[in-house]
Every structure is written in C-alpha cells, then in structure tokens.
Design a protein around this ligand. Structure first.
Ligand code: NAP
Length: 319
C-alpha cells in the first residue's frame, strides 16, 4: 500500500510517499481502508522531533475515516464494509496517512451515513478535545460565558460550536478579520483580534462586567495573566498546551479560579465521546470546517500550513 512516511526528523520536506506492507490488525484492532485523514498541530511536532519519541520510519496522522477492511478476533460490533471514524492517536499509534491503518477498537466508532469521510476524518482529535475540555473538565453550563482562544483553529472551531450547542455565550479570538467573521458564523457571540492591545478590556466588557466562567486556553504561557484578569469569580481555566508562567497571584486567590490541564491521551476509551460527536454532527450542531484538502504527495505543504495557521478549521489528507 502507499503511505506517507518520514525516515528522519526534520522540516516538512522529510515527508515522502513510500510503498509499504499493509498493516496486520492485532486481535483488538480494526483495519480501516482510509478515505480521509487530517493534520493536527501535534503531527508537525512529532515530525520535527520536538514532541516525544517516535520510532522511525514513521507514518504520521492520528485521525481517520474510512471503511472497515478487517476486524480483529477480539473486536465485536464492527463488520467489513462498515463506515467508521477514529482518532486521537499519537506517540507511536495512528499512522493514518496510509491507504490502510490498523487502529485499537476503543478509538473507533461508526460514522453515520450522512457524515462525509472528510468531516469524519477531520473531527475526531479536535472534537474529542473540545468535548473533554467543556463537558468533562470544565462542566460548562447553559448561559455561562466561555472564552475560546484561537476560535478558528482545529480545536477552537469545534469548541465554539460545542459551547454554543451547550447553551453558553461563546467569546472567541482569531488572528484575521475573515477568520473572526467565520467564527461568529459558527456560533461565537463576539470574536476578538488576539493581537489587540486592549483584549482583556474588550473581553471583560463583553461579559457585562461579570467575567468569563470557562476559558479554553491553548497557549497558557502567553495567556494565563489575561485569563486571570477576565475570569469570573470561581472561573475555570482548562488548558491543552503550555505551562504556568509567573503571573500576578491576587486574581487567582481573590476569584478562586481553577487552572486545570488536560490531555486526551488520558482518555484512551474514545468511542463513547466519538459517538456523541457523531450525534452532534448528525443533528447539525457541530461540524469540521475543511479549509483545504491535500493528496499524499502534498502532505509536506499541509504540515507547513498547519504551522503557519491563518485558516479556519482543518486540513484534510486523502490517499
Ligand atoms: N492537550 C490535548 O489533549 C490537546 C489536544 C488537541 C490539541 N492540543 C494542542 O492544542 C493546540 C491547538 O491545537 P489545534 O489543533 O487547534 O491547532 P491549530 O488548528 O493549528 O490552531 C491554532 C490556533 O491558534 C491560533 N493562534 C495562533 N497564534 C495565536 C496567538 N498569538 N494568540 C492566540 N491564538 C493564536 C490560531 O489562529 P490563527 O490561525 O488565526 O493565527 C489558531 O486558531 C496545539 O498546540 C495542539 O497541539 C492539545
């Protein structure tokens, strides 16, 4: 089969298309004929060698949608030909930028007929992250204010839609006027320029002075200070990237703000959340915006694009 691989760590040019053996599925795995996969920000870090160890040569890609080609002997509930989607792999798992990928059964769910393979291959990692952040970690409630930093990004644009579907008032940031407009279309009440020098004031004013109840942060090193300034009393900050910088500590104590880190790797049993994501997509409350689609030969371009940003949603890869 054809697969995208890198044989050494480095820039996007280390990605190449190779002819490799089709993977065997282990007893607890499902072999998927991949119809669409997508790029996640972390893929470029694995490739560059700056995020954990990966055994080389490596096939990138942690999300996929496609058709079941083979079912491991310990797997129940799936049959050859079923439409499925799967995701949230990393650290040596995954390898979905290939014609076939063998994936642990707990990370695979059925993909309803009315959801395209492109959306199915784009949404797993980011959708599960948004769900875990708002539903499991923050306990976001209807009418609360929530702030999504980078509301046009992969995680951000699903979080904007999910927050809206949960009945919260969603505030978001994005880098360009075009992206901010799209983020409002996706359900944000207001979208701010993340480069604005008065960002904290603008956010606080948008909450009528109540402050933000839940903040989804993806650059905590840069934004913890701002988060604490705009947080409401008992505000909850959920962070998916970045460490804790030195900040003025008064707001933390006075407002009793919680800062909580999370990683989807801590929830290996992904299927229950993927099923809920599928239901949200089916009823029109959630989707993955497809910013661009690439074939295997152009995956280097896709890795460049994910690092540069400036688009809305996800970059899809098709065999
Ligand atoms: N902990 C976990 O389980 C988990 C799961 C998924 C992802 N992540 C991490 O979360 C981060 C986001 O992932 P993603 O897939 O959403 O990435 P992404 O699609 O590349 O999105 C990045 C977002 O960051 C925005 N951004 C860029 N510069 C910014 C700045 N100075 N201030 C505020 N926002 C800025 C981008 O906006 P523009 O495009 O407009 O510049 C874009 O909206 C990545 O670091 C990823 O590795 C963690």
């Amino acid at each position: 089969m054809r697969a995208v691989r890198y044989h050494e760590h480095g820039g996007p040019d280390v990605l190449q298309v190779d002819e490799v053996d089709q993977p065997d599925s282990a007893a607890d795995e499902v072999l998927i004929e991949v119809r669409a996969a997508s790029v996640n920000a972390v893929d470029a870090r694995f490739r560059a060698g700056s995020y954990g160890s990966v055994s080389l040569p490596a096939i990138p890609g942690g999300d996929a949608a496609g058709v079941v080609a083979e079912v491991g002997e310990d797997v129940e509930g799936f049959a050859e030909g079923d439409r499925v989607f799967a995701g949230g792999m990393g650290h040596g798992e995954g390898g979905t930028f290939a014609e076939y990928a063998s994936i642990p059964k707990m990370k695979v769910a059925h993909l309803p007929e009315n959801i395209s393979f492109e959306v199915g291959g784009a949404i797993p990692n980011v959708g599960v992250t948004a769900w875990m952040a708002f539903v499991e970690n923050a306990g976001l409630r209807p009418t609360e204010y929530c702030l999504v930093h980078g509301g046009n990004g992969g995680v951000g644009h699903t979080a904007v839609q999910l927050g809206n579907a949960m009945g919260a008032d969603v505030l978001a940031t994005a880098g360009s006027a075009e992206a901010r407009e799209r983020v409002r279309d996706l359900g944000a009440v207001v979208a701010f320029d993340y480069d604005s020098e008065t960002l904290a004031d603008e956010i606080y004013e948008a909450t009528d002075g109540e402050g933000v109840d839940v903040i989804l942060d993806h650059r905590l090193d840069d934004y913890l200070g701002l988060d604490l300034t705009v947080a409401a009393q008992n505000g909850r900050i959920v962070t998916i990237t970045g460490g804790i910088p030195a900040v003025e500590d008064a707001p933390l104590q006075h407002k009793e703000v919680t800062v909580r880190g999370m990683a989807i790797a801590n929830t290996p049993e992904r299927r229950p959340v993927l099923r809920r994501i599928a239901r949200l997509v089916e009823r029109g409350d959630l989707t993955a915006e497809i910013a661009e689609t690439y074939d295997f030969e152009a995956v280097g371009e896709a890795h460049r694009a994910v690092t540069e940003g400036g688009y809305v949603g996800k970059l899809v890869v098709r065999p």
